[in-house]
Design a protein around this ligand. Structure first.
Ligand SMILES: *[C@@H]1O[C@H](CO)[C@@H](O)[C@H](O)[C@H]1NC(C)=O
Ligand SMILES: *[C@@H]1O[C@H](CO)[C@@H](O)[C@H](O)[C@H]1NC(C)=O
Ligand SMILES: *[C@@H]1O[C@H](CO)[C@@H](O)[C@H](O)[C@H]1NC(C)=O
Ligand SMILES: *[C@@H]1O[C@H](CO)[C@@H](O)[C@H](O)[C@H]1NC(C)=O
Ligand SMILES: *[C@@H]1O[C@H](CO)[C@@H](O)[C@H](O)[C@H]1NC(C)=O
Length: 452
């Protein structure tokens, strides 16, 4: 575990280096238009006829990409690419991915990093949020730059897809998985734009929490949706395995609002008269506006608005809403992992036993089901310390180590291996040395202002 932790210190050091090393004077850049008002995000003409993963538009991001939304990252180049994908209902859609190319990077190594949008509002899209000066209120994506910096420092090209698509279909695994796989297809064909190798590229994926939905579903959908893609490994943390269970677990906690945002994400991703009728029948006029607020705000606002609330009190039939048709069928189809193909990609799961977003029991059951069904390579690290938020940091060292090993050709685990990570495994000196950065980063993930 000391190995893993030194990788975490590499991430933090890289964050500092990438931040300080940048200092080129910036030309004036216009980041005033959020996705709902920026024509770049509207469907390119003829998108319906393009095959999934086709590049439809591209540009240099209007704003500099930055750490915590304020400090520009030091990059060789950056790009936004609009590509063709498929939405939750199987219809053509488009999505945007942001490609970050580090100075002197290896053009044959790509990490698809599924960021945390966690909101059913298009203006929280990572592509917009990570630009310096944008007024996106997605603080989760802004603070993820600490992980992106860690990857860039290894020389990897990083792609950050807006995997929720144009419907902001938060929590639809189908949408997220497909948009992730199509973003990889698009980036692999972008050599004339990004400089990525047009010959061989090693690809890995990484995602935590909301990003685990996209990464996990991409792994399950790859054999059927993108069988030609070879992906060397996927690291998946704080995994949201089962949407129904997670809404119950988060109820009345600081995360309660995420459950409602997830339901709106499905509502937007699976529009139908039946679903509209269910919502109309089951909700109250008095607080419908309040209930709908997650459709026009980011996760930080959802956290504070619904902090500690019993979200089932917005529905006449309480938690019965989740068992009502057609919502129940949609949750089962798009919100529960483990029902599709067994991933062919080597997997690395990391999860805190105290995860209060989706219980570790669900992750244990998912791992067991993949293993019972003969998955070829799966490592599972269960952390005895901490919770959903701390594990995003504590577990990241092991995740990056896993990706690094895949790029370096280290053979992945054969079959299944589960290990428990104990408090005494921590390298305490490293932990103390980076304690301040950890606390700062974790605070920023909760939307607490980060003071550099
Ligand atoms: C760049 O990446 C490719 C693919 O992983 C690898 O074969 C090559 O050795 C790497 N080059 C360097 C200089 O690390
Ligand atoms: C971010 O939040 C502020 C304050 O609530 C709001 O004025 C602004 O419109 C929000 N940004 C977007 C893109 O929604
Ligand atoms: C949803 O989760 C609750 C609590 O975990 C459980 O009682 C209920 O049966 C679940 N419903 C479905 C449709 O899985
Ligand atoms: C909502 O959360 C509270 C607190 O955990 C719990 O008592 C209540 O049963 C929950 N409601 C449902 C339907 O799970
Ligand atoms: C929404 O309004 C209904 C009807 O007035 C009320 O019973 C319910 O408690 C309200 N829900 C919340 C979460 O305030």
């Amino acid at each position: 575990m000391i190995m893993a932790f030194s990788t975490l210190s590499e991430i933090l050091t890289a964050f500092v280096v990438f931040t300080i090393a940048s200092g080129s004077p910036l030309p004036h850049r216009d980041v005033s238009k959020p996705p709902t008002k920026d024509p770049f995000y509207s469907h390119a003409s003829g998108f319906k006829d393009a095959s999934p993963g086709t590049i439809l538009k591209h540009r240099t991001p209007p704003g500099e990409l930055g750490d915590f939304g304020t400090i520009p990252l030091n990059l060789q180049s950056s790009h936004q690419i609009q590509y063709r994908t498929t939405n939750s209902q199987g219809n053509p859609d488009t999505a945007v991915t942001t490609v970050l190319v580090p100075e002197g990077g290896n053009m044959s190594r790509l990490v698809s990093y599924q960021d945390i949008q966690d909101a059913s509002y298009l203006n929280c899209a990572p592509s917009y949020a990570i630009q310096v000066g944008s007024d996106s209120n997605n603080s989760l994506s802004k603070s993820s730059s600490i992980f992106e910096a860690g990857l860039l420092s290894q020389g990897y090209i990083v792609s950050i897809p807006d995997y929720q698509g144009t419907q902001a279909a938060f929590s639809s695994g189908i949408q997220a998985g497909q948009a992730t796989l199509d973003s990889i297809r698009a980036v692999l064909s972008s050599s004339s734009i990004t400089g990525i190798s047009s010959k061989h590229v090693d690809v890995t994926m990484w995602g935590y929490s909301g990003g685990s939905i996209a990464t996990g579903w991409a792994a399950e959908m790859q054999p059927s949706y993108a069988p030609e893609l070879k992906i060397a490994g996927a690291a998946i943390g704080g995994t949201v395995v089962n949407l129904n269970n997670t809404i119950h677990t988060m109820n009345k906690s600081q995360y309660a609002g995420l459950g409602l945002a997830g339901l709106w994400g499905l509502y937007q991703g699976f529009p139908s008269p039946e679903l509209e009728k269910l919502l109309d029948d089951e909700t109250f006029l008095e607080n419908r506006t309040e209930l709908e607020s997650p459709r026009s705000q980011c996760a930080g606002a959802d956290f504070s608005q619904f902090d500690g609330k019993d979200v089932f009190k917005y529905f006449r039939n309480g938690e019965g809403i989740l068992n009502s048709s057609p919502l129940r069928e949609i949750i089962e189809k798009a919100g529960v992992m483990g029902k599709r193909d067994v991933p062919q990609i080597p997997l690395y799961f990391y999860k805190a036993k105290g995860d209060q977003v989706n219980s570790i029991d669900d992750n244990d059951a998912l791992v067991k089901s993949y293993c019972d069904r003969g998955i070829s390579s799966l490592e599972y690290v269960r952390s005895s310390i901490g919770d959903h938020t701390s594990e995003s940091m504590v577990g990241s060292g092991g995740a990056v180590k896993f990706l690094k090993d895949r790029f370096n050709g280290v053979p992945p685990t054969q079959g299944c291996k589960t290990s428990d990570f104990w408090f005494m495994d921590l390298d305490w000196d490293n932990f103390k040395m980076f304690g301040n950065e950890l606390v700062g980063a974790v605070k920023a993930m909760f939307g607490v202002p980060f003071k550099v």
